[in-house]
Every structure is written in structure tokens, then in C-alpha cells.
Design a protein around this ligand. Structure first.
Ligand SMILES: NC(=O)c1ccc[n+]([C@@H]2O[C@H](COP(=O)([O-])OP(=O)(O)OC[C@H]3O[C@@H](n4cnc5c(N)ncnc54)[C@H](O)[C@@H]3O)[C@@H](O)[C@H]2O)c1
Length: 414
């Protein structure tokens, strides 16, 4: 039985899920195929994902393949209660309520594992973690992981010989991280900052901490809105790339001194800490779009602040020495807490990978080792080609002669 806030919200949820569905045609095509073939017939799938309208379309796709699906939230603030209600009505077991306590959040994870999943799906490796600790009695065929931070945790488990089953790093598919992390996080993180603050971004100093796929997206969108963008990045190649893009590149301390808005997307802890708070300007706004709420050291900020006040939805004002530091969305994923997460069109590709990964695990798990895998390259190319066509792009077709030329080593200066 589901644990949700209010089943009366189902009709609202249905409209939201159908709205997202319009932009998720790659996934819809997979769903139509799954409906005919039922490749996951009778399997239990347990998912821990953001409970959004886009995730709902993935859950319904897995259900159409014949799976029994149970879902809990991968973040307490990202759950849309209306979507949870609609999914429950649609036969998915949902354990998710917006804003639950930490204790209930973990109860919900355990409720999903109580369904004895054959395959699990994570956004941040929380189910996999439990399957290696408190719930190690449960055996699964394998699992899928949605985000960079989860993949890092899993690769570390693999390296230390701790992983008990194969996992597909969906994040590492090109049609996931090159689009979702970059264009999805870029747009939705800036959307979250603007919705939370109503700030005019044009002319502001926006500092982006971390210039990976997500950071590139955030920097591009902030720049496009007229911000003066500064990037903080420890990897010299990425830092140089940011510089040649036309952004300022500074150390975190020097960037903190000039920032009006800071967005962290590092996947690392304490990217912003006491030494940064000390030098920040009055009124600076801090947001995090990295997976966990560890990137801004809120304990250090609280400890040295004389007061903390909620000044509007998603904005807390910390009185720090003689200045005010604003923290958006409690330092949690700003794009999901203060806005509505990634647009459906980009999640279409991420979730097409998830759906196909579930079938891939079912077909291959007997021959897989306890390792982190990526989906075969052809899956990426197929998803990209379908999306390109749907978005009105045309793919160039090489001639036999050109293919042979690229394949041969005999040709050179003529
Ligand atoms: N908000 C979302 O919806 C969303 C979507 C996708 C990924 N994510 C999360 O965002 C984070 C970043 O993902 P990514 O795919 O860009 O990862 P990535 O590994 O491509 O990039 C992270 C970058 O941060 C840099 N970095 C690490 N520690 C740093 C520090 N202390 N200061 C400055 N830079 C630092 C790294 O060198 C790297 O270049 C991860 O936690 C990921 O799970 C969030």
C-alpha cells in the first residue's frame, strides 16, 4: 500500500504527467514497444527517484513492460504530491511525501525494498547502499544509477570489491550526461534561483563552482541571462575550457569576494565553507545544484550566524557578522526544490536509457559481474537519432566511399 500525502490530488497529477508525456516521445515509443512485448513481465522494480511528472512517465513505461513498480523519493523536497497520488491510482506503489522528516524518508526507502525488487533504480545510490548494509538479505539481478554522485559512490564500491551485483551507470550514457546534466541542470538551476529570489540576473556576478557537465550548463544559462560569470574549478583542463569560453576563472576565495549569486555543482562536500562566508558580500545568494546538501557547509554557517530567518519561500537569511547571507532551498537541489526540475524533453532521453537499461539487465545479468557498466554505444546512437528526428534535425548519411575512406589506412597525401 502506498504512503502518500493526499489521494484527492490524483486528477491534478494526471494533468501534469500527461503534460510531460507530450515532450517525452522517445520514451513513449519504448512504452508502445514494451506494451507489445512485455519484456519485464512479472518482475518487481524498486525505484528511488525524484517523484516528478517525468519520473511518473518512466514508472508507467516500466509498468507497461509488465513490471510491478514501487517508487520512493530520492530527495524529500522534490516530491510532487499530486504526481504521487496519480501514480498510486495507476497501480504504482508509491512511498513519498513532500518535505518528510529524515526518519520517514528512510522508512520509505525500506518500504520499496520490502517489495523484494528484482531490479532497482537509484538517483544517488541510496537503495544500493541499503542493499549493501541493513537490507543485504535481498538479492537483485542488478541496478541502474541516474546521477554522477551515485556513479562515483558505485565505482568506489567496485574498486573496493564491495559491490554485490551489476549496476548500469545510466548517467554515463552520452544521451544522459551531455544533455540532462548540461542543458537540464543549466536551465532548471537558474530557473530555481530566479523563482526563489526574483533577482534580475543581468549584470550580476554569478559564480559557478564546478565546471563539469552541470557547471557548464549553469554557466551558459547565467551568461545568456547577462551575468558576469566566474568559474571555480580544480581540474586545469576544465578551468582552461571555462576561461576560453570567456568566463573569469578564480580560486573559490577570490570568487566568493565578488559574488552576488553562487551556484555549486561539484558533487563534493564543503565547496563553500567558513573561509568563504567570511569574505562574502552583504546580500549574496547561495544555491546548490549538486546532488547532496553537503556542498554548502550549513553547520558552519549556522554556528557563526547570530540569527536565521525564513524571509520567503525557499530563502533563508543568515545574519553573519554585519552582513546577510541568503541560502536558497536549504542548500538542497535548487532546481528541484525551488523550481520543477529538468524539463521533460531532456528527461525523455535520460529515462529512455533507464527503461532500456532495465531490459538490458534482465537479459544479461547472468553473464555480468559485480561491476559498473555503461549501456552499449548503439543504444546511445539510437536514442540520439530518434530525438534528433523528433526535434526536426537531419542526420548526415555517409556514402560507402566515405565510410571506406575513414576505415582505411592507405590514404594520405596524394
Ligand atoms: N541538479 C540536478 O538536477 C543534477 C543533475 C545531474 C547531476 N547532478 C549532480 O551535480 C553534481 C555535478 O555533476 P556533474 O555531472 O557536473 O559532475 P562532474 O564530475 O562532471 O563535474 C563536477 C566538477 O566539479 C569539480 N569540483 C570538485 N570539487 C570541487 C570543489 N571543491 N570546488 C570546485 N570544483 C570542484 C570537479 O573537478 C568537476 O569538474 C553531482 O553531484 C551530480 O550528481 C545534479
Amino acid at each position: 500500500m502506498s504512503t502518500i500525502k493526499d489521494s484527492n490530488l490524483s486528477a491534478v497529477g494526471k494533468d501534469e504527467v500527461k503534460w510531460a508525456q507530450r515532450q517525452m516521445q522517445v520514451l513513449e515509443d519504448i512504452k508502445t514497444d514494451f506494451e507489445k512485448r512485455k519484456p519485464l513481465d512479472g518482475l518487481n522494480i524498486g525505484a528511488c527517484m525524484h517523484v516528478t511528472k517525468e519520473t511518473a512517465n518512466l514508472m508507467l513505461t516500466l509498468q507497461s513492460a509488465g513490471a510491478n513498480v514501487a517508487l520512493c523519493a530520492s530527495n524529500p523536497l522534490s516530491t510532487k504530491d499530486s504526481v504521487a497520488a496519480y501514480l498510486t491510482d495507476s497501480g504504482v506503489e508509491v512511498h513519498a511525501i513532500h518535505g518528510v522528516s529524515n526518519e520517514d524518508f528512510f522508512k520509505h526507502l525500506n518500504s520499496v525494498l520490502d517489495t523484494k525488487p528484482d531490479i532497482t533504480m537509484d538517483d544517488g545510490a541510496d537503495l544500493v547502499s541499503l542493499l549493501h548494509t541493513d537490507r543485504s538479505d535481498i538479492s537483485v539481478m542488478g541496478s541502474m544509477e541516474e546521477t554522477t554522485t551515485g556513479v562515483i559512490r558505485l565505482k568506489s564500491m567496485e574498486k573496493n570489491n564491495k559491490l554485490r551485483f551489476p549496476v548500469v551507470a545510466v548517467n554515463d550514457s552520452d544521451t544522459k550526461h551531455l544533455f540532462d546534466n548540461r542543458f537540464g541542470t543549466g536551465q532548471s538551476a537558474m530557473d530555481g534561483v530566479v523563482r526563489a529570489t526574483d533577482l534580475l540576473i543581468a549584470g550580476l556576478n554569478v559564480v559557478v563552482i564546478g565546471f563539469g557537465d552541470c557547471g557548464k550548463g549553469v554557466a551558459e544559462r547565467a551568461y545568456g541571462m547577462g551575468a558576469k560569470v566566474t568559474v571555480v574549478e580544480p581540474n586545469s583542463v576544465r578551468a582552461l575550457e571555462a576561461l576560453m569560453h570567456g568566463y573569469e576563472v578564480k580560486s573559490s576565495i577570490n570568487a566568493a569576494k565578488i559574488a552576488d549569486v553562487i551556484v555549486s555543482v561539484t558533487g563534493n562536500m564543503h565547496a563553500l565553507d567558513k573561509q568563504h562566508f567570511d569574505v562574502m558580500k552583504d546580500g549574496v545568494a547561495l544555491a546548490n545544484a549538486g546532488h547532496f546538501d553537503v556542498e554548502i557547509n550549513l553547520n558552519a554557517l549556522k554556528e557563526h550566524s547570530s540569527s536565521v530567518d525564513r524571509v520567503r519561500d525557499h530563502v533563508e537569511s543568515y545574519k553573519y557578522d554585519d552582513k546577510e547571507i541568503l541560502v536558497l532551498a536549504e542548500g538542497r537541489l535548487v532546481n528541484l526544490a525551488a523550481a520543477t526540475g529538468h524539463p521533460a524533453s531532456v528527461m525523455d532521453m535520460s529515462f529512455a536509457n533507464q527503461a532500456l537499461a532495465a531490459e538490458w539487465i534482465k537479459d544479461n545479468y547472468k553473464n555480468l559481474e559485480s561491476k559498473v557498466y555503461t549501456l552499449p554505444k548503439e543504444v546511445d546512437l539510437k536514442i540520439a537519432a530518434t530525438k534528433l528526428g523528433l526535434m526536426g534535425g537531419e542526420l548526415e548519411i555517409l556514402t560507402e566511399e566515405q565510410i571506406n575512406y575513414l576505415d582505411s589506412w592507405e590514404h594520405g597525401t596524394s
